[in-house]
Design a protein around this ligand. Structure first.
Ligand code: PEP
Ligand code: MG
Length: 554
């Protein structure tokens, strides 16, 4: 038996044969050409075909992993429309009279180098996307089809790394697990694996040996381990682990339709985070009590221009109607930092996470903000809507937002358009400043939702996108937990309620603490609703309160 370890990316246990994925990288034949016009036309036709292929992949990904995750193929399409990229290919063809394949290859190399030299880890990771897109173009130009998979029987896929387009092209029925040597936890491939709910691990150095192909293996996605040709003892251990997971999943089904209540009767609401209307199906399937965070910026990110008031109205109305009267918290546009769309023409910034993003952008562009608010209020009559605002730092920002909302409501009323009168308003607590003035903010608002992803990066001064500082980014840092406690105390004093919608909400080790603090709502990815409800039902808050408060806050 050979054991290889890496980083776990998606939990689960898989048994099956290994399929070693090797891509056929195109070897580019460098050729001098006679007519640059004909060659540019070949390039343009290939570009069009690549955009069409990406449309097909986008639609396949939507069906399998949801719109938010399918976005990567829209980003690839945008790369193919990038003027600098196109100009570079054209220049190489015209100035050096080289064939389109060579021009794309050279352009790809210089873009990859450029991305790799960037400080921003998100941008560095985009170099894989440039390669993926360029490889697609070269395959089309050279008349080869990009290999889809591959093996007839369901297999554990081992690869050096996987591009998102390769991941999504696999037939989901034929994949038991993903194991890659490279990759990062934040990579799109890792996200896709999680959304597909397939056991996966990355960073499994030494796992890619071609002679593993066809051998029996077991992947433990909990620990990030692959066992090649496992011995009897390991097979028995992993079989028991798999059975236990199946048993737990069956038990969870019993909690469907139940409220989320502790043993001693404390109620907490369990809601789901979504990025798009398609995700609502999984919210309902997993029995969430509402939507605690609808990241509305995905609507903007997947468009090629600002979505109109009517388009937004349509989406919000559909989500609210589908959720019937369950509460839906829609967060207003959180653009900027790692969420960029070309048509916003956001300035290049030294520190985008500390720059013109989220509410700051909206307050500087009241027209864009008002369009969204009008759409939200128009949709409010179709369900139970709450609205919240991202990246608040100061009281004046909240007062300004409330003033704009008053204007919007006044305009709608004068146009004879009805809107719900009971729309609750809240803000995200994502900055230490907001947490520390939550007593002041709570006087103006109905609720807070703590965004621990950003709250952690801003409190610990640790970029959430940078894998190199993983060991300095402790999501359970006492500073974060104390801030959560302070916010809850401040809110409750002023009659506001508090939820958590950052990733920390799903940390079952902290559920007892959140209950002891008196958090009113937790919002997590839909598949975690039932496991969390189970944890809550098993907790007796009065029995553990003093112990956990002193364990985590002192
Ligand atoms: C957060 O910051 O915790 C949050 C929920 O918002 P996002 O992850 O979209 O920045
Ligand atoms: Mg955030």
């Amino acid at each position: 038996m050979i054991t290889v370890t890496g980083k776990p990316v998606c939990a689960g246990v898989a048994f099956g044969p290994v399929f070693v994925f090797s891509r056929e990288e195109s070897t580019i034949k460098r050729r001098h050409i006679e007519s640059s016009e004909d060659e540019i036309l070949r390039f343009e036709n290939a570009r069009k075909k690549a955009i069409e292929e990406l449309d097909i992949l986008y639609n396949k990904a939507i069906a399998e992993v949801g719109e938010a995750n399918a976005m990567i193929f829209r980003i690839h399409q945008m790369m193919l429309d990038d003027l600098d990229y196109i100009e570079s290919v054209r220049n190489i063809i015209t100035d050096q009279l080289l064939n389109a394949e060579t021009a794309v290859g050279q352009t790809c190399d210089s873009f990859v180098q450029l991305f790799r030299s960037m400080d921003d880890s998100y941008m560095r990771e985009r170099s894989a996307d440039v390669k993926d897109v360029s490889e697609r173009l070269i395959q089309i130009l050279s008349g080869k089809n990009k290999n889809a998979i591959v093996s007839d029987e369901p297999s554990i896929i081992i690869a050096d790394d996987l591009a998102p387009s390769e991941t999504v092209q696999f037939d989901k029925e034929k994949i038991l697990a993903f194991v890659t040597e490279g990759g990062s936890t934040n990579s799109h491939t890792a996200i896709l694996a999680r959304m597909m709910n397939i056991p996966a691990m990355i960073g499994a150095e030494g796992s890619l040996r071609t002679d593993f192909d066809g051998k029996a293996a077991i992947v433990d996605g909990f620990t990030g381990t692959i066992y090649i040709e496992p011995d009897e003892k390991t097979i028995a251990k992993m079989t028991a682990k798999k059975r236990e997971i199946e048993k737990q999943t069956a038990l969870l089904e019993k909690l469907r339709g139940e409220k989320s209540v502790t043993k001693d009767g404390q109620r907490i609401e369990l809601c789901a985070n979504i990025g798009n209307v398609i995700d609502v199906a999984s919210v309902l399937k997993n029995d969430a009590e509402g939507i605690g965070l609808f990241r509305s910026e995905f609507l903007y990110l997947e468009s090629r221009n600002y979505p109109s008031e009517d388009v937004q109205f349509g989406v919000y109305k559909e989500v609210l109607s589908k959720m019937e009267n369950k509460r839906v918290i829609i967060r207003t546009l959180d653009i900027g930092a790692d969420k960029q769309a070309n048509y916003f023409h956001l300035p290049r910034e030294e520190n985008p996470a500390l720059g013109l993003r989220a509410i700051r952008f909206c307050l500087q562009h009241p027209d864009i903000f008002k369009t969204q608010l009008r759409a939200l209020y128009r949709a409010s009559v179709f369900g139970h809507l709450s609205i919240m605002f991202p990246m608040i730092v100061s009281e004046w920002e909240v007062l300004k937002v409330l003033e704009i909302i008053k204007e919007v409501k006044g305009e709608l009323a004068s146009e004879g358009i009805s809107y719900a009168k009971n729309v609750e308003l809240g803000c995200m607590i994502e900055t230490p400043a907001a947490a520390l003035i939550s007593d002041i903010l709570s006087k103006h608002l109905d609720f807070f939702s703590i965004g621990t992803n950003d709250l952690t990066q801003y409190t610990l001064a640790a970029d959430r996108q940078n894998p190199d500082i993983d060991s300095f980014r402790n999501d359970r840092h006492i500073a974060i937990l104390r801030l959560i406690n302070t916010v809850t105390e401040n809110a409750h004093k002023n009659g506001a309620w508090v939820g958590i919608c950052g990733e920390l909400a799903a940390d079952v080790e902290l559920t007892e603490l959140f209950l002891a603090i008196g958090i009113d709502e937790l919002s997590v990815i839909p598949s975690l609703i039932l496991p969390l409800r189970k944890k809550i039902a098993e907790t007796d808050v009065s029995a553990i309160k003093d112990r956990v408060l002193s364990k985590y806050l002192m």
